[in-house]
Design a protein around this ligand. Structure first.
Ligand SMILES: Cc1cc2nc3c(=O)[nH]c(=O)nc-3n(C[C@H](O)[C@H](O)[C@H](O)COP(=O)(O)O)c2cc1C
Length: 187
């Protein structure tokens, strides 16, 4: 798949089919690519926790917050994620937040290439997730990447008059306005 196609297809998906589930082997393969990404000072502070069983997914989901602009909405029971990759930081990194962004994008592109998809979730109840899964002390939970087989259509569009609020249209498709190139390049 061409890079432009992959990047365009790689939207934030928040509704999923119950099957097929990504499964642990695929999560490992995606993290195997993420670990090759750039890291400040090459210090590589990121660690990962793979969530793939129905039980562990059910333990994480209540502690995730979804699409703040779609007031009161969250995935229904039949459309919840079927896996998560939790991104944690060990102490001593130089740029853990930037590293996490690059790693999550890499992971999501790998998922998109295989027909899966997901959403970076920064709005999570960290202490609750750590407790629910028994994650050992000494790591900072940065993000959850929710994953699965997307069941929704996401459409990119050019933002008009600076309006960047994503929305769901009457046809149930999720629209994502992006600022025009000309408004971004300053010189
Ligand atoms: C660092 C980061 C944190 C995010 N956290 C959340 C979140 O907590 N919940 C959510 O539903 N979406 C979250 N998103 C997804 C954004 O809302 C999404 O990227 C944006 O609406 C644009 O859609 P797109 O990814 O399809 O371009 C996050 C995205 C990023 C980059």
């Amino acid at each position: 798949m061409q890079l432009k196609t992959l990047i365009t297809r790689n939207r934030s998906f928040r509704r999923f089919h119950p099957e097929p589930r990504p499964g642990r082997a695929r999560l490992e393969a995606w993290v195997d690519l993420a670990r090759l990404a750039a890291s400040g000072g090459n210090l590589q502070p990121l660690r990962y926790w793979l969530v793939h069983t129905p039980e562990d997914c059910a333990a994480v989901f209540p502690h995730t917050r979804w699409a703040a602009l779609l007031k009161g909405w969250r995935p229904a029971e039949h459309e919840v994620p079927t896996a998560y990759v939790l991104v944690l930081a060990a102490p001593g990194g130089a740029t853990p937040q930037a590293d996490a962004g690059i790693a999550m994008q890499t992971l999501l592109l790998a998922a998109a290439e295989e027909g899966f998809g997901g959403c970076m979730i920064g709005s999570i109840e960290r202490a609750e997730i750590i407790k629910a899964l028994g994650i050992p002390e000494g790591f900072e939970l940065l993000y959850a990447v929710a994953l699965g087989k997307p069941s929704e259509n996401c459409l990119l569009e050019e933002a008009r008059d600076g309006n960047i609020a994503y929305y769901r249209a009457a046809d149930d498709r999720h629209h994502v306005p992006k600022l025009p190139l000309k408004s971004l390049i300053l010189n």
